[in-house]
Design a protein around this ligand. Structure first.
Ligand code: KDG
Length: 319
């Protein structure tokens, strides 16, 4: 049975080898990246039956995305756009240490997914699933993706499928005000909310300590679980009025992109397998740490590896 369904855009990811500039590099490492497929991959590698829904161009690039995801154990529920000008979004990633920083350049306007409608997707997968997950990136892409995100969350909620949503605010796609209005229109159906601390401040205006922010969200909205992600400072979950904290696990970072998605994939995989909130947070932190050691958006990891990492840290994680 399908356990996790995710919905969103996956792009071609092109990055110059370490230290090279986008404007001068003559070689690019090619991969794929998208928040929701990254989550599906992490969860699939941790033993979850995961399906990713999207719309792709019927082109070599679109087929590459589906092939790569299937290679990572994710089933795909894709509608293929066979029009001449159908395109796959691309993002370019330039790594740079301080003071330069890592840069992302998007070329994603008018990608095939921007015309997706709910009727084009196998929504029955959502109705039979344990969890449906999407992010705040998807409704920012177009009117059609916003409408489809809302329709899929509604379908999931009506079917009793747990709805999970990662705010994942992207300032290159819309303003905080536009994002907030859309997010709030979706929140009625959301059970588990992941929100980076900086988004809680930028988009929703929360200030104060992490505990105050989590309680603020818990008071203002009606989620079953709120997970505040805090980068190096770890994470905090508010569930049933109780706070649960988790630190980050040590990692030698090779590539930080996709860390948040691996975190969500780890959390949801443990939840789907019946773990309590503390276990979910521990799995999330372990998956995030492992992701940082892997090049590319996608967390290539195994359950055994994750359990070993957690055993080293805590000594008491159940198998
Ligand atoms: O978390 C990494 C993803 O978000 C990345 O693969 C794609 O940044 C991205 C986006 O905006 O879709």
């Amino acid at each position: 049975m399908t356990q996790l369904v995710t919905f969103g855009e996956t792009m071609l990811r092109l990055s110059p080898p370490n230290g090279e500039r986008l404007e001068t590099a003559d070689q690019f490492d090619a991969g794929i990246g998208g928040a929701e497929s990254n989550v599906a991959v992490a969860a699939a590698q941790l033993g979850v039956d995961a399906v990713w829904l999207s719309k792709l161009p019927d082109s070599p690039l679109g087929r590459r995305v589906a092939r790569e995801l299937r290679g990572h154990g994710v089933r795909t529920g894709v509608t293929w756009d066979d029009s001449e000008d159908a395109r796959l979004g691309t993002y370019y990633l330039e790594y740079g240490g301080a003071p330069r920083g890592t840069k992302v350049v998007y070329d994603r306007a008018n990608a095939a997914i921007t015309t997706v409608m709910p009727g084009e997707l196998p929504v029955e997968a959502i109705q039979g699933a344990s969890v449906f997950h999407t992010t705040g990136i998807t409704p920012a892409l177009s009117g059609a993706t916003a409408e489809t995100t809302a329709a899929l969350l509604e379908t999931a909620a009506e079917a009793g499928t747990t709805c999970s949503f990662d705010v994942n605010y992207r300032s290159k796609l819309w303003s905080p005000e536009e994002a907030r209005e859309t997010y709030e229109s979706l929140f009625d159906h959301v059970d588990v909310l992941f929100v980076p601390e900086r988004d809680a401040t930028t988009v929703f205006g929360y200030e104060g300590s992490a505990v105050e922010i989590a309680h603020g969200i818990g008071t203002d909205y009606d989620f079953e679980t709120v997970v505040l992600t805090r980068g190096e400072a770890g994470s905090l979950a508010l569930h049933g009025g109780e706070l649960h904290e988790q630190g980050t696990l040590p990692a030698d970072t090779i590539d930080a992109i996709g860390t948040g998605d691996a975190f969500v994939g780890g959390f949801l995989s443990r939840r789907i397998h019946g773990g309590d909130v503390d276990e979910c947070l521990a799995y999330a932190a372990g998956a995030a740490a492992l992701k940082r050691t892997v090049t590319g958006d996608v967390a290539v990891l195994t359950h055994r590896e994750l359990v070993e990492v957690l055993d080293d840290e805590r000594g008491d994680i159940s198998r």
